[in-house]
Design a protein around this ligand. Structure first.
Ligand code: FAD
Length: 431
């Protein structure tokens, strides 16, 4: 192993690979360590349109993505009780233009990102788990489990849910009110829906169930990723994983019926307790990016988008620090990420606590301005302050401060009548 680099990155998932590609592209020597080797399994297939510019900047443009992955034209929310489907389209699937974003097979996608990082000049050590780091000194020392040591001027923690540095500094705070358990599998030969739905495979569809939701993510190889997300009160302690999965699935009877006729491709996998904040996200010689900097419930598919956006913004901050001695850029990164997370988090909280989808999404068609504002957030543009809904969420305005922005909005009024008192005062946006 090399003794020294400008930048070392622990973790070669989307965050680590994108940060590495950008910084190596700027001429820094970058070494990435990962305890696994690609291809490796990872959950999180559904991307957002707002990620596409960053992917393009490292050589994965729409044409490249279209050659390997399933086009995704929007997010759909289905209420099996009311038999109602609401479609939030980023574009129309039958217009011939490249898809606005994609559902990806993560084994392939993450390996492609690693390869881009390597092509940009990163040295990547796979199957090398990092055991400890001494990040408060310069140079930073990194020690692998196998006993090797590497030194660098700056360290990026991209260790995903392992959140190596946040755990070390006890800076990881769980968000227990969000989804607590996901159980998922992949299915082949899923029969087409009975009612005509020719574009189902061009979307991500969420089915609403008591205390959670089901994701239905069509993939390029013809398989479909399906998962159930449950809150604590919906978890049945005496059920096995498959029993729990199918019991939840019964709440969307038509989907249950179709999946019963399909072929499960793997064992049922669980992931639990996955929503948390990590603070601070920066230190003198290090920065946290991706899931290592925090993770929100995946209802709005924000994970990979936040991972690669944080990677790109942190990379700019590291470059400003190392090349010009500017410390403010990384502080700005920390503030920006907190603002983006706040918007998604406000949406997720309202999903679980205030029936956001039924109260706002299913009535948004009455107000085109509100509909456009929601689509903008679902597409991942959470830093767009020209979106009045985002300005409201980020500014944390009191209940009546921004109603003028949606004057005449039946749906906003309906939501306020239907909503119980907010439980998290710091995120009281009035929605
Ligand atoms: C149930 C569920 C569903 C999800 N669905 C979606 C979705 O539809 N869309 C979406 O965008 N996101 C989704 N996500 C989130 C998404 O998977 C993550 O946000 C994304 O993978 C984060 O990327 P990352 O690079 O930060 O971390 P990761 O992809 O987890 O990569 C971290 C890397 O660090 C390595 N590592 C960890 N510790 C060490 C160590 N000590 N030494 C060396 N290497 C180490 C790991 O091997 C790994 O390769 C979902 C998450 C969950 C829990």
């Amino acid at each position: 192993m090399e003794n020294h680099s400008d930048i070392a990155i622990i973790g070669c998932g989307p965050a680590g690979a994108v940060a590495g590609a950008i910084l190596a592209g700027k001429g820094y020597s970058v070494v990435i360590f990962d305890r696994d080797s690609h291809p490796r399994h990872h959950i999180g297939e559904s991307l957002l349109p707002a990620s596409m510019a960053i992917l393009q900047s490292i050589g994965m443009d729409s044409q490249y993505m279209q050659a390997h992955h399933q086009g995704k034209y929007g997010a759909r929310f289905f209420d099996p009780v009311a038999n109602r489907l609401e479609v939030f389209g980023f574009a129309l699937p039958d217009q011939g233009a490249p898809p606005p974003t994609f559902n990806v097979i993560r084994e392939t996608f993450d390996m492609q990102l690693r390869d881009k990082a390597r092509q940009c000049g990163c040295i990547i050590h796979e199957n090398m788990a990092i055991a400890t780091v001494e990040e408060e000194q310069s140079p930073v020392h990194i020690h692998s489990e196998s006993g090797q040591t590497h030194c660098c001027n700056f360290l990026m923690d991209a260790t995903g849910a392992s959140a190596m540095l946040a755990r070390k500094h006890r800076g990881r705070e769980m968000l227990p009110d969000f989804g607590r358990l996901a159980i998922y599998n992949y299915f082949a030969n899923v029969p087409a829906p009975e009612s005509a739905d020719p574009f189902e495979r061009q979307y991500l569809t969420m089915h609403l169930i008591d205390g959670g939701w089901i994701w239905f993510i069509p993939l390029r190889d013809g398989s479909t990723g399906v998962g159930v997300v449950l809150k604590s009160d919906a978890i049945k302690k005496d059920f096995d994983l498959a029993g729990q999965f199918w019991a939840a699935m019964k709440q969307s009877p038509a989907l249950y019926d179709r999946l019963s006729k399909a072929t499960a491709l793997a064992a049922y996998r669980p992931i639990g307790d996955y929503s948390y904040h990590c603070d601070p996200k920066i230190g003198l010689h290090h920065v946290l990016i991706g899931d290592a900097a925090g993770f929100l419930d995946p209802i709005f598919s924000s994970g990979v988008h936040l991972a690669i956006t944080s990677a790109a913004r942190a990379a700019d901050g590291v470059d400003a620090l190392l090349s010009r001695g500017e410390k403010l850029a990384l502080q700005q990164y920390q503030a920006d990420m907190a603002a983006g997370l706040r918007v998604f988090q406000a949406f997720v909280e309202r999903f679980y606590q205030r029936d956001l989808v039924r109260n706002l999404f299913f009535s948004a068609d009455k107000n085109p301005k509100m509909r456009a504002a929601i689509i903008n957030i679902l597409a991942g543009h959470v830093w767009d302050l020209s979106n009045p809904l985002i300005a409201m969420l980020q500014a944390n305005k009191p209940a009546n401060a921004s109603r003028a922005d949606f004057a005449g909005s039946t749906s906003l009024k309906e939501l306020q009548v239907a909503s119980p008192a907010p439980r998290m005062a710091t995120l009281d946006t009035g929605l």
